[in-house]
Design a protein around this ligand. Structure first.
Ligand code: GLY
Length: 349
């Protein structure tokens, strides 16, 4: 089944069309406290939302919990939702993941539409049907694959995003280009991030999402090819977990960008990825994302985190690597020594 992804030029028309394509009895809109303040005012005046019932949860990943999920189920129940009701998720990845899971499980599943409001959720989380919540200290531990009926992407929402959050999403776009083609990769490295042209950014978002859609369509439940989307994430998740343990905040995309530095280095060593492309990518990442200020005393802990990554099978650490841009090699493994060398490369460049 293909998910409808709409690159919106006219938000009112596109939202209205997507909603009216569904036959529903009651309409619910899920926001978090931030998107209620910054994004809901941009769409609340649209006639299609006139009778919508609002549900709001706390913002940030800390609220991607069973308690918030229960709050959404309760609000749906008390608001009279039936199996024919429709949920619109307006927010970043936390809202679209949690809302998607709430919709997928309420009365065994109601339809939902995603309107992602951050660059990260537009290019990644809202597309491809991964839904879920954090549980037992682990991210996205409970969830299901279930596609939204429609995903509506608009740069209107990106205007209120700070540079850190824009860069966070941009790292996933960089990843998509690396697993796809040299032209997209070169275009992203050349795009002016200081003086943002939102209309050009919209075109880049559309191309990036098309890469993800192609992969998800071929392998919706990550049996094989979808693992390509994990490039940069084995090392990236470890860096994110380490930061969390040390009480530091690292935006997901920053960890992914540093994870890309690590895994492209491994790609050179193990799969012959071209060194000049590694150098150019690393330069771009160092210039825009800085470096993670690593200390070799942290290597053992990072290695432990990688060993417990949920993408592993058995004891070996699973990486997606590249033989070149667009030349995907899934299910690659590296020794502890190679992994420590990779971390040296990230630290010293
Ligand atoms: N975020 C990676 C995926 O959707 O598979």
């Amino acid at each position: 089944m293909k998910q409808e992804v709409i690159i919106s030029q006219n938000l009112q028309q596109d939202i209205q069309d997507a909603i009216l394509r569904q036959t529903y009895d009651r309409l619910f809109v899920l926001t978090d406290t931030t998107t209620l303040r910054l994004c809901w005012p941009l769409v609340s005046v649209f006639p299609c939302f006139e009778d919508a019932k609002m549900i709001t949860i706390g913002d940030t990943d800390e609220n991607k919990t069973l308690e918030s999920l229960s709050h959404v189920w309760t609000a749906l129940q008390q608001g009279g939702a039936t199996r024919h009701s429709l949920l619109v998720n307006l927010g970043g990845g936390m809202v679209t993941d949690l809302g998607g899971f709430a919709a997928s499980t309420f009365k065994r599943g109601i339809a939902y539409i995603n309107i992602p409001t951050t660059l990260l959720s537009q290019v990644d989380a809202s597309v491809g049907g991964k839904t879920g919540i954090n549980f037992g200290g682990l991210k996205n531990e409970i969830g299901v694959f279930n596609l939204a009926s429609s995903v509506i992407l608009s740069t209107e929402f990106l205007r209120s995003l700070d540079m850190g959050n824009l860069l966070s999403g941009y790292a996933e776009m960089l990843k998509h280009s690396l697993i796809s083609d040299v032209e997209s990769w070169a275009e992203l490295l050349q795009f002016g991030l200081d003086n943002l042209d939102y209309s050009r950014l919209g075109n880049l978002v559309a191309k990036s999402v098309a890469i993800k859609e192609r992969i998800v369509e071929e392998d919706p439940t990550e049996k094989g090819l979808r693992k390509a989307l994990n490039l940069g994430h084995t090392a990236g998740h470890a860096l994110e977990s380490l930061a969390l343990e040390q009480g530091r905040t690292v935006l997901h995309g920053y960890a992914v960008a540093w994870g890309l530095v690590c895994e492209l280095y491994l790609s050179v060593v193990k799969c012959g990825f071209p060194k000049d492309k590694l150098r150019e990518t690393v330069l771009f990442i160092k210039e825009n994302y800085g470096d993670p200020s690593l200390d070799c005393k942290q290597y053992e802990r990072l290695y432990e985190f990688m060993k417990h990554d949920k993408k592993n099978v058995g004891d070996s650490i699973n990486f997606t690597l590249l033989g070149g841009i667009g030349d995907i090699r899934i299910n690659q493994h590296a020794s502890k020594e190679e992994i420590f060398e990779m971390l040296d490369f990230l630290r010293d460049g």
